[in-house]
Design a protein. Structure first.
Lengths: 206, 597
């Protein structure tokens, strides 16, 4: 069962927690439940893909607070909110912060399951994305300082002549650095190189 | 001269009698004076007679006049002093009349058996005729009547002196007694020949006439003065009547004056207008008849009270002729009128006031309904959470069960657990709905014994998420032993919830946020206190209980007003205190003994 995607439930209402656990387990999910956000945080942070089904209105740390905390940590879990008294501003905030959906109690099983599946897909995609970006970063790390400079200026769309004058080197040297960056980064075209560079900038702003 | 004076007086009083037929004393006096004048004339005639036979005739006439004068005198005294004994009066008249009868039977006159001669003698400076004759012993009848008259006068004078006016009795009585006695003496002396003088009885009668004339004139003067006073009194009375009319008509409602027995004496036109009864119809009715049948016993009871305590104020329905009624505020005041107890009643129509009160009560009821709805919407977020939670539990459990049942070998033990959880959640949901309903249609509280701590815990459980979210520390100070108290659980929890919410909102901007809940038994009541460390209350702590008094941006400011009405319906009290350091404390009491409600 440990191989199957994991669902984490956080709700201050034990009876509901129990009911949802039953439902999801019956559907074949691996479920872990927590009666508060703090309890969840005390648990070792899960790795890989998974879905966090979170009650918004909880004593102590609220669902939204836990969401921003996990976002800051760069957690790959997709979050689905379930709430008894949600309002529009709250749901907008949650979605903007990356939540997959914002459901109102009581939730129908079909709706909940489809949202959970959607969330798991997203989480999986994010895990895959994170893996590919990590690979790119490793490649980027292997570039020399001069090669990184050439890459930075080239993806801005500057012609070689301009890059050469900016860096104080001859145009021919720029061409050599460029082809070496292409091969080191594994890019088949310049367009692909620009895409890789954008990805890196999104995940690692520096 | 005597005749002239007497005739003048006779004329005056004859005139008086003609004008006032009831003044019999004036008539008697008129006859008395006229008779006296006649006697004077007769005496004068006798003084100048020379023929003996004529003297006899003169004496008979003279005697008749004396009879007339005596009778008139008795009648006059009878009416003037109003104290004579009737039998004495009749005796005097009888003897005198007997004398008169004898006078005409015996010849030549009752005074003498026979007349001898006429002599001429000097009298008061002139020569007059007198007669000599043998005195008749029957004269004694005349003299007796004179003495009886004197006795009658003395007796009447004394009685009148005691009974009526002493002065008048003395003046009239004594002078007549004096003159009558003098007259008797003179006549006896003359008739019996002891003194040589003519008969001058008229002179003495004149004395009586003059004295009485003066007395009567004084009466007339007094009567005139009395008439004058009466006239001015009448003018004054007329003015007073105008004044009372103005007061009656100017009254701001119905006004009436009634006797103790309920007879209507006076009333204003508003009374007639309100009852729809005419003057004639009103006058034949008793005062309770103007009120509705249901209020008559009340009116009679209040009337009885008025005559004992002096005044009474009460409300009663005034009945109109067409059967409709109008509520009046009545004030009855007792007063003495012509020696008998009366009551003045003032009634003000309070139909408009009643209608206004009804309207206000309606408005209040509507307002309270509205308030409840408003406060429900204020609480709806927590209630929605409350009701959605069990529904979510039920739904998820049921759907999990469906999935389990779809398997080949469903785990029956787990299914049993699921069903148990569903039942528990269902009961919880029903409870929330009950709570909601009882807030919406609040009626007479249904009291059942509840533990004070259970009330507090239930309310805390509902708003604990909000309290925690607001970072409020909750301190619960309850003694170990708290009695069960009769209360309608849900509304009282509502009161506690409201107080918690208020405390929560009051502490929003404060650094120190502590909510202290305590509960103590104080004699016949249990006191709940909710203390916060918030922004506190205005100086006038009662103002926070007024409707629409709010410091919040949202909300109608009705929460505490509803709380107060709930606590009051339980027979308790809700009030607020400013804390010595900071924040406010709200207290409410619930009686332990519902009988004292």
């Amino acid at each position: 069962m440990s191989a199957s995607p994991k669902i984490y439930l956080v709700d201050d209402e034990p009876a509901l927690l129990k009911a949802l656990t039953r439902l999801l387990k019956a559907e074949g999910f691996d479920v872990a439940s927590f009666v508060s956000a703090t309890r969840f945080l005390e648990h070792p942070r899960p790795t890989g893909c998974g879905c966090l089904v979170l009650d918004e209105a909880m004593p102590g740390m609220t669902g939204l607070e836990l969401q921003s905390r996990l976002n800051a940590e760069g957690c790959d879990l997709s979050i689905v909110f379930i709430t008894g008294k949600g309002d529009i501003p709250m749901s907008v905030r949650a979605i903007k912060a990356g939540a997959v959906d914002f459901l109102t109690k009581p939730v129908k099983d079909s709706e909940l399951l489809s949202v959970i599946r959607q969330a798991l897909e997203k989480s999986e995609a994010r895990v895959a994305e994170r893996a590919s970006v990590t690979l790119l970063r490793d490649k980027h790390d292997r570039l020399t300082a001069r090669e990184r400079d050439v890459l930075r200026l080239a993806v801005q769309g500057l012609p070689n002549k301009q890059i050469a004058s900016d860096l104080g080197i001859v145009e021919q040297t720029v061409k050599v650095h460029r082809s070496r960056v292409m091969s080191k980064m594994g890019a088949e075209s310049f367009a692909q190189l620009v895409l890789f560079s954008e990805k890196l900038r999104t995940f690692f702003p520096q | 001269m005597t005749a002239a004076a007497s005739l003048t007086l006779a004329g005056i009083h004859g005139f008086v009698w003609i004008r006032r037929r009831t003044a019999l004393d004036s008539l008697a006096f008129c006859i008395l004076a006229a008779g006296t004048a006649g006697m004077a004339g007769c005496e004068l005639w006798m003084m100048h007679l020379n023929v003996l036979e004529d003297y006899g005739t003169a004496l008979q006439l003279y005697n008749f006049l004396r009879w007339l004068v005596t009778i008139a005198l008795v009648v006059f005294i009878h009416f003037s002093l109003k104290a004579g004994r009737p039998w004495l009066e009749w005796t005097v008249i009888g003897t005198r009349t007997l004398g008169l009868v004898l006078n005409f039977i015996v010849s030549p006159a009752v005074y003498y058996t026979s007349l001898e001669e006429i002599r001429r003698i000097p009298f008061l400076g002139s020569v007059v005729s007198v007669v000599d004759g043998i005195p008749n012993p029957l004269t004694i009848v005349g003299q007796l009547s004179l003495l009886l008259l004197a006795a009658y006068l003395v007796d009447t004078t004394l009685r009148s002196y005691r009974l009526h006016s002493p002065n008048r009795a003395l003046r009239v009585g004594l002078s007549s007694v004096f003159f009558v006695l003098a007259l008797s003496l003179q006549m006896m002396l003359v008739l019996w020949g002891v003194v040589d003088a003519p008969l001058v009885a008229s002179l003495f009668f004149l004395g009586i006439v003059i004295v009485m004339g003066i007395e009567l004139s004084e009466d007339m003067l007094r009567a005139a003065r009395l008439a004058e006073t009466l006239q001015s009194r009448e003018v004054e009375l007329g003015r007073q009547r105008q004044l009372t009319d103005a007061v009656l008509e100017g009254a701001p409602g119905i006004l009436f004056l009634q006797s103790r027995e309920g007879d209507m004496v006076r009333w204003n036109s508003q009374h007639e207008k309100t009852t729809g009864l005419s003057r004639q119809e009103t006058s034949i009715r008793k005062s309770p008849e103007f009120f509705s049948e249901a209020d008559r016993p009340l009116f009679l009871a209040q009337c009885a009270r008025v005559f004992e305590e002096g005044s009474a104020e009460f409300e009663a329905e005034v009945l109109s002729k067409d059967g409709s009624t109008a509520p009046h505020l009545l004030r009855l005041t007792a007063l003495e009128l012509q020696g008998s107890p009366h009551a003045v009643g003032l009634g003000i129509d309070i139909s408009a006031k009643r209608a206004y009160e009804r309207e206000a009560a309606n408005q209040r009821q509507k307002m309270e309904q509205l308030t409840r709805v408003a406060s429900v919407s204020e609480l709806s977020s927590s209630l929605a959470h409350e009701i959605n939670q069990p529904l979510a539990i039920i739904l998820s459990n049921a759907q999990a069960a469906q999935r389990l049942l779809a398997r080949e070998n469903p785990d029956l033990r787990e299914l049993q657990e699921i069903l148990d959880d569903i039942v528990a959640a269902d009961i919880r949901a029903a409870d929330v709905i009950k709570r909601l309903r009882s807030i919406l249609q609040q009626g007479v509280p249904v009291l059942e014994p509840v533990a004070a701590s259970a009330l507090i815990d239930q309310a805390l459980k509902i708003c604990l998420p909000d309290l925690k979210a607001a970072g409020i520390q909750v301190v619960r100070r309850l003694p170990k032993r708290l009695p069960l108290l009769p209360a309608d659980r849900i509304p009282i929890e509502q009161v506690l919830l409201n107080l918690f919410k208020n405390a929560c909102e009051a502490m929003q901007e404060c650094r120190e946020r502590v909510l202290t809940i305590s509960c103590v038994t104080e004699g016949p009541v249990v006191r709940f206190s909710v203390k916060d460390t918030g922004c506190g209350l205005p100086e006038d702590t009662d103002s926070v209980f007024e409707a629409f008094q709010t410091t919040k941006l949202r909300g109608l400011g009705l929460g505490l007003t509803i709380c107060q009405s709930i606590v009051r319906a339980h027979g308790g009290r809700l009030w607020a205190d400013r804390n010595r350091t900071r924040g406010a404390t709200f207290h409410f009491t619930l009686p332990l003994n519902p009988e004292s409600l």
